[in-house]
Design a protein. Sequence first.
Length: 139
Amino acid sequence: MTSEQRLDRLERIAMLMARAGLRARRDQNEKINMIIDAQIKNEDRFAQNEKRFAQNEKRFAQNEKRFAQNEERFAQNEKRFARFEDRFGRLTNAQEHTERMIKELAESHKELAESQKLTYEQLRALIDITRRNRNGKSS
């Protein structure tokens, strides 16, 4: 092989190596750009997630506040229910007492009616006796 052929061969090899280096650099730059794009997208997603987390934290705080308010309301309702139970108990006792009184009054009414009937019968008998005595004197 002549020196010129060697030089041509070396030039071709150098050109091939240069092209291969350029190709490798281009591939590497594309990969780096893809990684950078992926990183940018991940940072955007991360920022969105941070916003969501902050919103969720606010919601959780609001829910905790609502839960505390509901617990307070439940405690107040328990007190009210206890008072109502006491009132209903007293009302039930009063109703039972009223029913007993009405029953006693009905029995008293019944006895009074029987007594009036007996008085009426005795009065009738007295009137009859008085009439007979008058009738007997006038005859």
